[in-house]
Design a protein around this ligand. Structure first.
Ligand code: CAA
Length: 379
């Protein structure tokens, strides 16, 4: 077992940390306040090769390994969890699905502009009545000549208000349940697709999340990804990868919160001494550090499992569940450490606490992760 990052991985960490500290950290609070996505910084991430990090250079990717990409999500999320999830949804879910399941022609058509950040990607599975029960999708796709006609509505779709390219799941045969779901690559300019309500959220406020509505939306038959009826397996497999991204986002949020709190505890004095000199508080910090290190190893292991071609459903579920619970535990405790200052917006802790909550919910609630983990134990 090798716990050391490679030279290339360390270089990725260094470059992304520098970028995050200088270009994202200074604007993160304002983006949270206004709910405006920092598109210029995101586009720069594309030009830097971060969005296409784990994909082949043939498609304008950087040809990096999955752990390098996961380290990049972690570094971005240390300063801004909103940007962390927008990045992860584009790379892990939208591009991850296309890279794994699309035809060569489709990959050549869609991946290059997604890799460079010229185009923004989104992934539409969830519907008002199909959240945890992803197989309950009501959106239908009916084949008519050389097109499919899509009707239905997706909700809680990250990046959708600004996306150019969507991976969308729709029923081609409702009577077949999970075997009736198919996957399509849908462009924002196809007739009949529109964006509905944009959500006003508790956390990750600058990430754009909205409804996607299909009204007789005409999708060329050549945009079917893989075969009809294979969509559910594709969605699940893609989400396994995405859950490692969410785990990295959660890990980053927890680390960011702890770093801010260390700084504060060195500066802040009460009863004539710095806060870290109170053993009760220092021990609390040690407990949080331990939770972060536990999460880190699960997150990196899941990324390595994916990278080395091993099965990674369970390791991704373990990483996502552990890292998101860790993020919630750490951020709540860090807010407490700062007392009143933790509760006001002059410090980033309250934002980090709000951002942490969703990591226990999306890309499969932590209850779903327990279904995946326990399901494998008793199979
Ligand atoms: N990989 C490949 N195939 C898989 C799979 C996986 N990880 N998991 C299940 N499958 C296959 C099964 O093998 C099975 O195939 P067969 O019928 O051929 O045997 C088929 O899929 C059905 O499996 P299940 O019976 O286990 O399916 P289920 O209906 O009981 O659902 C579930 C299981 C785990 C609850 C699943 O529905 C699930 O993961 N739900 C959560 C959905 C989710 O994560 N949504 C997130 C939306 S995206 C998002 O959040 C992005 C964002 O905004 C940030």
């Amino acid at each position: 077992m090798n716990f050391e990052l490679s030279k290339e991985q360390k270089l990725v960490v260094q470059a992304v940390r520098e970028f995050a500290e200088t270009e994202i950290k200074p604007i993160a609070a304002e983006a949270d306040k206004t709910g405006i996505f920092p598109i210029d910084q995101y586009k720069k991430m594309g030009r830097m090769g971060l969005i296409g990090l784990p994909f082949s250079t043939e498609y304008n990717g950087a040809g990096g390994d999955y752990l390098s990409y996961i380290l990049a999500v972690e570094e971005i999320s240390k300063v801004d969890g909103s940007l962390g999830i927008s990045y992860s949804v584009q790379t892990s879910l939208c591009m991850g699905a296309i890279n794994a399941f699309a035809s060569e022609e489709q990959k050549k058509k869609y991946l290059p502009d997604l890799c460079t950040g010229k185009k923004i990607g989104s992934f539409g599975l969830t519907e008002p009545s199909a959240g945890t029960d992803a197989s309950g999708a009501q959106t239908v796709a009916v084949k008519e000549g050389d097109h499919y006609i899509l009707n239905g509505q997706k909700c809680f779709i990250t990046n959708s208000p600004m996306a150019d390219t969507f991976v969308i799941f729709a029923m081609t045969d409702k009577s077949k349940g999970t075997k009736g779901l198919s996957a399509f690559i849908v462009e924002k300019d196809f007739p009949g697709i529109s964006i509905g309500k944009i959500e006003d959220k508790m956390g990750i406020r600058s990430s754009q999340v909205g409804e996607v509505i299909f009204e007789d939306c005409k999708v060329p038959a050549e945009n079917l990804m893989g075969k009809e009826g294979r969509g559910f397996g594709m969605a699940m497999k893609t989400l396994d990868g995405g859950r490692i991204g969410v785990a990295a986002q959660a890990l980053g949020i927890a680390e960011g919160a702890l770093e801010e709190t260390v700084t504060y505890m060195k500066e802040r004095k009460q009863f004539g001494k710095q806060l870290f000199k109170f053993q009760y508080l220092a021990f609390k910090m040690a407990e949080m550090k331990a939770r972060i290190e536990q999460a880190r190893y699960l997150v990196y292991k899941a990324a390595n499992d994916k990278n080395s071609g091993k099965s990674y459903s369970v390791s991704a579920a373990l990483a996502k569940m552990t890292a998101s619970d860790c993020a919630m535990y750490v951020t709540i405790n860090c807010v407490q450490m700062l007392g009143g200052y933790g509760f006001i917006k002059d410090y980033p802790l309250e934002r980090m606490m709000r951002d942490a909550k969703i990591t226990q919910i999306y890309e499969g609630t932590n209850e779903v992760q327990k279904m995946v983990i326990s399901g494998a134990m008793f199979r």
